[in-house]
Design a protein around this ligand. Structure first.
Ligand code: HEC
Ligand code: HEC
Length: 490
């Protein structure tokens, strides 16, 4: 780890004269036009990232313990020379997928705007909200419409996409640019440990001088995956501690159980433990979060359910957001597009659309004044009715650090997301939602549930080992029975 390139990075950072490659996420100024749009973009960038020297030092400190192939991957992830050198703004993966260490822990591999500014000649933005990349290697499909089923394909596409300032049809040029970058690199950016030639030789045992542009491009994809595979959640949240203490975790269920069966088992335990006043909380766990957890896990009572509670507070969230990662990796129409479309084009406008076929317009952002543009999500990939306006169920861990929410970044806070779910599930039950997901109609919650569900979602924040130990072992209490009954004394 004391290779000269890496040290040079540190030295150059210390005297604040290093090249802007890694942390100067604004635009490249040399030999480039700086348009008004890019100036705005820079302001937005500055607002999004705090590149104080303290943080830069933290990043370099952090990565010293990582394996060499991961360090090469993270270097590429932060390298804004992978974007179109002719564009007005230099972007790296990190520009939109902002790591915690680049944001004082505030972000978790997504940015904080509904749509991210892209390198281009105008003031263009991405079509969808940038998703978090946590647990991306566990995903079975990529992008909100699941367009790719192989992470490699998703990255190949991302590297030649508008996100990095390229236009369709420029694949060959991108590969040549990437190849030239790797061959000519002088290893001067902050995360460099020698030149790319040296690093690929050391890590992949391959001489880039003997490779071609295709091979080099594939190596970049592989290296990015070496890094992305390390971005996994560890199931170390207050929720995990609470589930562990009460044996509510998904280990209750068998591998082939449905979410409904899991729910049934959880409520079996709940009844048992509550009856004996034996629910245990990590000390920081609140009654609100616990109520939210139950609403989240509660499904419509079925004939084989052990639950005979009143039929309210049924979140049915677990039907789609299945623990431990809180996704089923499938696609559902939860009405988000219809609501956005109708608010742009008038009530009922979405329902009047007919004769649609997948095209560039059906995979677009919704704009007032442009009724032909809409985002029909999964249906663009697989145009069957069930997929109309359906999107991949997002994971919910560390949710506080990945807003704004939904594929269109529609809401900044969780309250609004849940209020929308209440509104749209009511609409679905009233038969007014086009093509609603059947599970959506089984929700039965009201505004009173919102603070509970939000409190629960906030307990999905992962913490470090020591704190998690505290939650599970050191700092535990018995839940006060809200009715004040000491049932075991009866
Ligand atoms: C300008 C912003 C931007 C940049 C730069 C960018 N991305 Fe993305 N990324 C996005 C957006 C927006 C999506 C969602 C696309 C969709 O759903 O159609 C996305 C999707 C992805 C996905 C799919 C995730 C999932 O869960 O489905 C991966 C993986 C990814 N990006 C990795 C990268 C990597 C690696 C880089 C650098 C080579 C990069 N991105 C650069 C904005 C960006
Ligand atoms: C029918 C399946 C389904 C049910 C039931 C469901 N969700 Fe979702 N949820 C989704 C899908 C799909 C999205 C993404 C929609 C989009 O991007 O347009 C989503 C998005 C979210 C988001 C935003 C996540 C992000 O990163 O953008 C939150 C929070 C959320 N759901 C919580 C809940 C809660 C709480 C419940 C129960 C009250 C619930 N969901 C019930 C499928 C479901």
């Amino acid at each position: 780890m004391t290779s000269s390139g890496f040290l040079k990075g540190l030295v150059c950072f210390a005297v604040l004269v290093c090249s802007s490659t890694v942390f100067g996420q604004g635009q490249k100024t040399e030999g480039k036009k700086v348009s008004g749009a890019s100036a705005n973009a820079t302001a937005a960038e500055d607002a999004r990232h705090d590149n104080s020297s303290k943080e830069q030092a933290q990043i370099t400190d952090l990565i010293t313990s990582w394996a060499p192939e991961v360090r090469l991957g993270v270097r590429l992830f932060y390298d804004n020379r992978l974007s179109n050198p002719g564009a007005n703004l230099a972007s790296s993966c990190r520009t939109c997928h902002v790591p915690p260490e680049a944001s004082r822990g505030r972000r978790n591999f997504s940015d904080s705007v509904p749509f991210s500014v892209i390198p281009s000649s105008g003031k263009n933005t991405t079509m969808r909200n940038a998703p978090s990349l946590m647990d991306v290697s566990l995903q079975t499909s990529f992008n909100a419409d699941g367009r790719f089923t192989d992470l490699k394909d998703a990255l190949r596409a991302e590297l030649v996409s508008k996100h990095l300032g390229w236009e369709a049809g420029q694949e060959l040029q991108v590969k040549n640019e990437v190849f030239a970058l790797l061959l000519n690199d002088q290893g001067e950016d902050l995360l460099a440990e020698g030149t790319y030639l040296e690093q690929f030789q050391a890590v992949k045992g391959l001489d880039l001088l003997e490779a071609d542009a295709d091979k080099a491009f594939e190596l970049v994809v592989e290296s990015l995956i070496d890094y992305l595979s390390t971005l996994t959640t560890k199931n170390t949240s207050a929720y995990d501690a609470m589930a562990f203490l009460n044996r509510f975790n998904e280990s209750l269920s068998g591998p082939n159980d449905t979410p409904q069966e899991l729910s049934g088992r959880v409520f079996g335990r709940v009844a048992n433990q509550e009856g004996r006043v034996l629910i245990r909380f990590p000390n920081i766990y609140t009654e609100e979060a616990y109520l939210g957890y139950k609403t989240f896990m509660r499904v419509e009572p079925t004939y084989n359910s052990t639950v005979f509670e009143e039929e309210t507070n049924i979140g049915n969230c677990v039907a789609c957001h299945v623990p431990p990662k809180f996704t089923d990796m499938r696609f559902h129409n939860t009405g988000v597009v219809q609501e956005e479309y109708d608010s742009a084009h008038g009530d009922g406008a979405f329902g009047k659309l007919s004769g649609l076929a997948p095209s560039a317009d059906t995979g677009f952002r919704i704009y007032a004044g442009q009724p032909e543009k809409m985002d029909l999500g999964r249906w663009n990939v697989e145009p069957i009715d069930n997929n109309l306006a359906a999107f991949k169920t997002p994971m919910l861990r560390n949710i506080q650090k990945t807003g704004p929410y939904l594929h269109n970044g529609m809401y900044d806070n969780l309250e609004d997301v849940i209020l929308q779910k209440i509104r749209l599930s009511e609409l679905a039950k009233a038969g007014k939602l086009i093509n609603p997901d059947p599970e959506y109609m089984k929700m039965n919650i009201s505004e009173a549930d919102v603070p509970h569900l939000v409190a629960f979602l906030k307990t999905l924040e992962e913490v470090q080992g020591k704190e998690f130990r505290d939650y599970r072992i050191e700092n535990v209490r018995i839940r006060q029975d809200p009715k004040g009954e000491q049932s075991y004394e009866n």
